[in-house]
Design a protein around this ligand. Structure first.
Ligand code: BG6
Length: 481
């Protein structure tokens, strides 16, 4: 046995982004309005705003043709800066770049029958540029957005018709990029659809909690079926390409060793892993069937759905990792996380946004995910949102280096534990618009972008200290941390 193991030679080091957080150019070249572009920015740094939508706020957003209150419309103008940005990624030595395609660039209304050629041309250019530098693309087909028209017409994923709209989109994308893209993901952090609108495009603010839960799991069932169908399509159209699922993995610890707490934590974990269970193993796990039955949740399935799920499991399992939480059998103090709510862990430090930092949790997570699925794993998000200071043209972000170093050390330990890990795309290699609060000042990047929360600034790109550090990490294949 070749022990101790280390990062494999072909390990995919890189960074991850999403269309609605970087592209801008929200209303040009035929693009339709997306669900992400009608969510106002948060008034309070610690309060997430991505689900505060109702029919009247959507109407107000449609009537407002500015980007002022809707920062995801302007992003960091990657649409016009992609060459410069990819060049900087190449300078760091990226092997892979994760980005998403905005569905509404390809099908502006979601139900169009013919794709929008201009929308495709943008992604053609991005792929050309990545190929120039030998950077492998990893594409998310739906990252927290969809054509708003589908929400207006059929309440997003709640309607089964959205499955056909989605697979019409994925089919043209796979055909166009056959042979050019090896790694794909269907839905970003699919489990967060239990939190509502941003993932499913379902407006349910008028419903009570119980009805909301029902509606959300129904919409998510449609996404799970669509994900399996897209996996099948990909395998037929481009047999060498690989499809992954994507989970916001939220490991939770029991608050004490009291069996009631341990059991409560186990259930929390099962609810989180449910999605990947379906996507990787091809069926609804029994514990969720029981949960649905006991909580009055009735999922309408079409006759063939179970067969579809079983026939096309994903090739690899990807997830984001930002934090862990704590669960107790009783309701306790809540920690504000990346939409995660759970107990606070007194042993951990936290970020400026109250996200608890737990590098060892990453090793635990990797081991457990590998044991559970025995499919290659890919960490497609991990990073630190912080308030950076630009001084004399420099950003000394040693706190970010420290965060990433500690997480990468634990990745290395997990690899030595025997985990098969394909790659690591750090979240937000370039500062971008925050998902949960739509702030610019929640910065993740190795590259600083000169833009403030109001959208003022030159958009100039500036290398932070962490830029040089990550470059060294990649060139030494994780040896020099
Ligand atoms: C993940 C999302 O949940 O976390 C990203 O997939 C997001 O889109 C990232 O940006 C960090 O969250 P935030 O709210 O700090 O941007």
């Amino acid at each position: 046995v070749d022990f101790p193991k280390d990062f494999p030679k072909n390990f995919l080091w890189g960074g991850a982004t999403a269309a609605n957080q970087i592209e801008g150019a929200w209303d040009i070249d035929g693009k339709g309005l997306t669900t992400a572009e009608v969510v106002r920015k948060a008034d309070d740094r610690k309060k997430m705003s991505m689900n505060i939508v109702d029919p009247s706020s959507i109407k107000a957003a449609i009537n407002d043709s500015t980007t002022a209150n809707y920062p995801k419309r302007r992003g960091i103008d990657f649409y016009h800066h992609y060459k410069e940005d990819i060049k900087l990624f190449a300078e760091m030595g990226f092997k892979v770049f994760r980005f998403s395609i905005a569905w509404a660039r390809i099908f502006p209304n979601g139900d169009n029958l013919q794709p929008n050629e201009k929308g495709f041309e943008f992604y053609d250019r991005v792929l050309d540029e990545l190929e120039n530098y030998g950077i492998e693309p990893l594409i998310t087909l739906s990252h927290y957005e969809m054509p708003l028209a589908l929400t207006q017409k059929q309440n997003g994923w709640l309607d089964r018709a959205t499955i056909a709209d989605f697979t019409r989109y994925t089919e043209v994308v796979f055909k166009r990029y056959r042979g050019r893209v090896r790694y794909w993901l269907t839905f970003n952090e699919i489990n967060t659809g239990t939190w509502g609108f941003h993932e499913t495009g379902v407006v349910d603010s008028h419903l009570d909690k119980k009805e909301q839960e029902n509606v959300r799991y129904q919409a998510l069932h449609h996404q799970l079926v669509a994900s399996a169908l897209a996996t099948k399509q990909l395998h037929e159209i481009d047999p060498k390409a690989k499809m992954g699922c994507m989970l916001a993995r939220m490991q939770t610890y029991p608050a004490t060793c009291r069996p009631e707490d341990v059991r409560a934590a186990q259930m929390e974990d099962q609810k989180n892993l449910f999605f990947t269970d379906v996507q990787a193993r091809g069926e609804y796990p029994e514990f969720m069937n029981r949960y649905f039955a006991e909580n009055g949740i009735q999922i309408k399935m079409a006759e063939k759905d179970q067969e579809i799920l079983a026939s096309s499991p994903v090739d690899f399992v990807s997830f984001s990792y930002y934090m862990t939480t704590v669960t107790s059998a009783e309701a306790g103090e809540e920690v504000n996380g990346n939409m995660a709510t759970g107990g606070r862990n007194k042993y951990l430090e936290e970020s400026d946004w109250g996200w608890q930092i737990d590098p060892i949790g990453l090793r635990i997570t990797l081991n457990e995910m590998w044991d559970r699925y025995r499919k290659p794993l890919f960490i497609v998000e991990n990073g630190l949102g912080a308030l950076d200071k630009l001084e004399d043209g420099k950003v000394h972000d040693e706190y970010r280096i420290d965060y990433l170093r500690k997480h990468i050390e634990q990745m290395k330990e997990a690899i030595k534990d025997g985990v098969q890990l394909m790659g690591y795309t750090m979240w937000g290699p370039i500062d971008l618009i925050s998902f949960s609060t739509s702030e610019m000042s929640k910065r993740y990047g190795f590259i600083y972008v000169d833009q403030d929360d109001e959208g003022n600034g030159s958009l100039k790109r500036i290398r932070k200290d962490s830029f040089y550090w990550y470059k060294k990490v990649i060139s030494s294949n994780g040896a020099d941390l």
